[in-house]
Write a protein that binds this ligand. Structure first.
Ligand code: COA
Length: 319
């Protein structure tokens, strides 16, 4: 069995907050943020636009795009660090909102690498014959966990959701997920973390980051993950049509593009408009390039991400 990427969808909150708007209430500027990260604006969720709400909207779009319906969904795997509630899993709120009446679902916590982890699990379950169709979602509201007094972190993040629908295809099918590669190093847990949780009575938690350390690890780990994905499939850098990276920082993204020898127009960038939407960033970027017709059937797409944990991973997908 192969997992075919049958449809993609996304959702962004209505409210857009520009760097200039942030500069009115924080000691920062559009040029500081844009020069270091490429970010110019981010979407910020309203009270109505929760993790499950945005995930359900993105999933509806992905199912529509795939020509599929609720009865085709055997599993809902939702990557998030900002669920609506400790439980039920937001994946199951999505199940209810979509009218999916069978199968199962769960939330997955791997910070910004969550979507790659979720894709890997869905792909394994499809390959083993356990399921035939899965919604793989990233939905995040970092606006709820950033410290809005900390200009070093709050300017970097945004809210949103992206989803794909993957279904079982034929083993002889050339399309589909070729491989996924997951990594983690728990000893680096303190360079990017949230200092609390739903279970903590004192505080729900704020994001804390050592930006320089994260930057340093991102460049080396992601380069390794990209090489690993190519080697596992006996492919060369020149075989890759598109790089769809996690959208944290334009400088990291461009460094990865150069490593692959890809021209800038073959690297999908949304960080300027979305900022870092954590687990939602890869499917949001994929949807961006899919909807406007850049990514086409037959293209070889390399996905990669790195985030708190430290977690990182990659996946090669033939569309
Ligand atoms: N506006 C203006 N000044 C700011 C600022 C802001 N929003 N945030 C920080 N500064 C100031 C700092 O206070 C510091 O001032 P000082 O020199 O007077 O102490 C100065 O800018 C430099 O701060 P520093 O944190 O060293 O900047 P940097 O060049 O390392 O850039 C990041 C910071 C976050 C942009 C960069 O480290 C980065 O992109 N890291 C990777 C982060 C990432 O990808 N995280 C997500 C992974 S999933």
């Amino acid at each position: 069995m192969r997992s075919i990427l049958a449809g993609v969808g996304s959702y962004l909150p209505e409210r857009i907050v520009t760097n200039d708007e942030l500069a009115r209430r924080l000691e920062t500027s559009d040029s500081w943020i844009a020069d270091r990260t490429g970010i110019r604006q981010r979407h910020i969720a309203s009270d109505r636009e929760t993790c499950a709400f945005m995930a359900a909207e993105a999933s509806r779009a992905a199912l529509r795009n795939a020509g599929a319906g609720p009865d085709d969904v055997d599993a809902i795997i939702l990557a998030t660090s900002t669920p609506d509630q400790a439980f039920p899993a937001s994946a199951l709120r999505v199940q209810a909102m979509l009218g999916v009446r069978h199968g199962f679902g769960f939330d997955l916590s791997a910070a910004c690498t969550g979507f790659i982890y979720a894709l890997s699990i869905a792909d394994s379950m499809i390959r083993s014959g356990q399921i035939r169709g899965a919604l793989v979602i990233g939905s995040e509201l970092y606006s709820r966990i950033v410290n809005w007094q900390d200009r070093g972190t709050c300017v970097l993040f945004g809210d949103g959701a992206g989803a794909i629908f993957v279904r079982a295809g034929d083993r002889n099918d050339k399309r589909g997920v070729l491989s996924t590669h997951l990594h983690a190093q728990g000893t680096l847990g303190d360079i990017l973390y949230v200092d609390g949780a739903v279970g903590r009575p004192d505080r729900p938690g704020h994001l804390v980051m050592n930006g320089r350390e994260v930057f340093r690890h991102a460049v080396t780990r992601l380069a390794e993950a990209v090489e690993e994905a190519l080697a596992a499939n006996g492919l060369k850098r020149t075989d890759v049509d598109w790089l769809v990276p996690h959208q944290a920082n334009r400088r990291i993204i461009e460094a990865m593009g150069r490593k692959l020898g890809l021209p800038p127009e073959r690297v999908v960038i949304t960080v300027d408009r979305h900022a870092n939407t954590s687990a939602a960033s890869v499917p949001l970027a994929l949807d961006d390039a899919w909807r406007d017709g850049r990514i086409k059937r037959g293209d070889l797409v390399l996905l990669e991400a790195l985030g708190g944990g430290l977690t990182w991973g990659s996946s090669l997908v033939r569309i």
